[in-house]
Write a protein that binds this ligand. Structure first.
Ligand code: GTP
Ligand code: MG
Length: 194
């Protein structure tokens, strides 16, 4: 099992010129505002405050890079936040599209809230991934908020929307650390080149 021995903030990128180049595989974390991206990263890092968690959605407006030793994690800006201007939304969409088009990520963790039907923005993000042929794993967050049976039903639904198998979805909770081992196994297989 992969052991995370290092988790350090590297830098933030506000534009494509600032995207970093590295020999290490980059795993990107994406999902709508408030879905739990930063909390998920902190769970992996086993740190409380590596990535900023906020009750107010839409706070992560940059690509934040973290060095995890054998790989780099990129925390992408959350999309689908209502209270931002049209221009700002377009700017984010362009930034994300360029990020994927330039093949910056070897793998993507696409986060969605296990309690909610995937949104139009989630489907748009999925289109980017399929269009640019970027392998992804769905992380169904906040699993602590549902019963086991309800979580299982939700995962079947998410698999249908994301056009993937249920095996490609990991139910997680940053509160209970459910799904951490499965996620580490997935990272291990993603970063192992054989
Ligand atoms: N119950 C529960 N709450 C969670 C979980 N993960 C995140 N939250 C809460 O959801 C809210 C948003 O979490 P963040 O990790 O900041 O979400 P984010 O996706 O990084 O948000 P932005 O950076 O604004 O796009 C916070 O109040 C968290 O405490 C989880 O697994 N379970
Ligand atoms: Mg965040």
């Amino acid at each position: 099992m992969l052991k995370i021995t290092k988790a350090e903030f590297i830098t933030s990128a506000a534009s494509k010129e600032q995207f970093i180049k590295t020999e290490k595989p980059i795993i990107a974390v994406c999902g709508k505002s408030n879905v739990g991206k930063s909390s998920f990263i902190n769970m992996l890092a086993n740190r409380k405050k590596l990535a900023k968690v906020s009750k107010e959605p839409g706070r992560t407006r940059l690509v934040n890079y973290f060095d995890f030793g054998e790989f780099v994690l990129a925390d992408l800006p959350g999309y689908g936040f209502a209270r931002v201007s049209k221009e700002e939304k377009l700017k984010w969409a362009k930034l994300l599209d360029t990020f994927f088009a330039e093949k910056n990520a070897a793998h993507v963790f696409a986060l969605c809230d296990i309690r909610h039907e995937p949104s139009a923005d989630d489907r748009q993000m999925l289109e980017y991934l399929y269009y640019h042929i970027i392998p992804f794993t769905v992380i169904a967050t906040k699993a602590d908020k549902l019963s086991k049976a309800a979580a299982a039903r939700s995962i079947v639904n998410i698999a249908a929307v994301y056009k993937c198998g249920v095996d490609n979805i990991i139910a997680t909770s940053s509160e209970t650390r459910q799904g951490l081992d499965k996620t580490l196994e997935r990272i291990q297989s993603v970063i192992t080149v054989d």
